[in-house]
Design a protein around this ligand. Structure first.
Ligand code: NAD
Length: 315
C-alpha cells in the first residue's frame, strides 16, 4: 500500500513509520517539523520525507505526485493549553489543515483516511460511565478537543458526499520513546526525562487521579489495523481499558529505574480531568487489535530511551 503519513516525524508518527516499513509498505512522510524532527525517523530506511505544512498550497502537488492509496493524518498542534490560549491557531492547524488534507485526498482518489482523534473529544465524563464507550456523547472541554470532534464531522460528511472512507481512532494517553514534553499524555515523558536527569517529580493533586496509558507501539499497530479493516466509517477507541493512578505510575517507575522516588505534591490544576479510561472492545472486535505491551515494559523502554538521550546530550 502507498501511504502518506502527515505528522510522521512526530512522536506517534515515528513509531508508525517504523511499523509500516517493517510491513513492507511504501511510506511518504509530510511534516513541517514544528514539534517533530528528522531524527525521529529511521535514518537508514527508504522513507520519503517532505518538509511542508498541511496548509501550504503545494500540498496539491504532493498528492498529485504521490497518488496515495491511504492517508494517516497525525499532523496538528497537540497541546490543550495552546488551544485555550490561541483557539484560532488551533483551528487553523487542526481544522483548516485537516480540511486541506481531506480535500486533496478526495480530489486524488485516496481510498481511506485514518484520523488521530482523542479521549479529549469526550470531555469530563462521570465516573459511573467509565470505561467510556464510543457512543458516549462528545462534550469536549478544550478547543483542541473541539477541533478533533469537528474534523470527525468533516470526515463523515466527506464520506457521505464523496464516498471517501475513514477510520477515526480516539487515542487514550499515549507514551513511549521519542515523546516530546508538550501535547497530550506527556506526564510519562516528563517523569521519565526528569528521573533520567536525576531531578525531582511533581504531582499536581492527590496523586489518585487516573489515566489510561497506552504504549505508542500499540497505537501504531492499531493504525495499521485501521488501514486494512473492512469495518470503515466508524470511530474506535485505542486504549488499554485500564486505569492507572499517578501514584501507581510513580511506583512502577521507581521499580523500573531502581530509584527511590518521593514526589512533591502541589495543588491540583483547574480543568484537569480526575479519572479517565476508554473502553476498547469495539477496536478488539472490529479491528482484531489488542494492546500487547504492559505498562511496566513500556515504562522500561521509555526510561531507557530518556537515559540514553540525557547521556548523549551531556556529552
Ligand atoms: N500523544 C498522545 O497522547 C495523543 C493522544 C490523542 C491524540 N493524539 C493525536 O495524535 C497525533 C500525533 O500526536 P503526537 O503525540 O505524535 O504529537 P507530535 O507533536 O509529536 O506530532 C505531531 C507532528 O505533526 C507535525 N505538524 C504539526 N503541525 C503541522 C502542520 N500544520 N503541517 C504539517 N505537520 C505538522 C509536527 O511537526 C509533528 O511532527 C496528533 O494529531 C494528536 O492530536 C495524540
Amino acid at each position: 500500500m502507498n501511504i502518506l503519513v502527515t505528522g510522521g516525524a512526530g512522536f506517534i508518527g515515528s513509531h508508525l513509520v517504523r511499523k509500516l516499513l517493517a510491513e513492507g509498505e511504501q511510506v511518504t512522510v509530510l511534516d513541517n517539523f514544528s514539534t517533530g524532527s528528522r531524527e525521529n525517523l529511521p535514518q537508514d530506511a527508504a522513507v520519503k520525507c517532505v518538509e511542508m505544512d498541511v496548509n501550504d498550497a503545494s500540498l496539491a502537488e504532493v498528492f498529485d505526485e504521490g497518488r496515495f492509496d491511504a492517508v494517516v493524518h497525525l499532523a496538528g498542534q497537540t497541546t490543550v493549553h495552546i488551544s485555550m490560549e490561541s483557539p484560532a491557531l488551533d483551528g487553523r492547524e487542526n481544522i483548516i489543515g485537516s480540511i486541506h488534507v481531506l480535500e486533496q485526498a478526495r480530489r486524488t482518489g485516496v481510498q481511506r483516511v485514518v484520523f488521530a482523534s482523542t479521549a479529549a473529544s469526550y470531555g469530563d465524563v462521570a465516573e459511573e460511565s467509565l470505561p467510556i464507550v464510543e457512543s458516549e456523547p462528545l462534550h469536549p472541554m478544550s478547543f483542541y478537543g473541539l477541533s478533533k470532534v469537528t474534523v470527525e464531522h468533516y470526515l463523515r460528511l466527506y464520506q457521505q458526499s464523496f464516498g471517501l472512507d475513514f477510520v477515526i481512532l480516539r487515542f487514550a494517553n499515549v507514551y513511549g520513546e521519542r515523546q516530546g514534553n508538550g501535547g497530550e499524555g506527556g506526564v510519562i515523558s516528563i517523569f521519565a526525562k526528569r528521573l533520567a536527569e536525576g531531578r525531582a517529580l511533581t504531582i499536581y493533586g492527590d496523586g489518585e487521579q487516573t489515566r489510561d496509558f497506552i504504549y505508542a507501539g500499540d497505537i501504531a499497530a492499531g493504525i495499521c489495523a485501521a488501514l486494512h479493516t473492512e469495518h470503515v466509517n466508524h470511530a474506535y477507541n485505542l486504549s488499554t481499558q485500564t486505569e492507572t493512578s499517578l501514584r501507581e505510575l510513580v511506583a512502577i517507575l521507581a521499580d523500573v529505574s531502581g530509584r527511590d522516588i518521593e514526589p512533591r505534591c502541589l495543588e491540583a490544576r483547574p480543568g484537569d480531568i480526575y479519572k479517565s479510561m476508554l473502553a476498547n472492545g469495539r477496536a478488539r472486535r472490529a479491528l482484531g487489535w489488542a494492546p500487547v505491551v504492559s505498562l511496566r515494559e513500556g515504562l522500561r523502554r521509555t526510561y531507557a530511551y530518556f537515559c540514553a538521550s540525557s547521556e548523549t546530550s551531556a556529552k
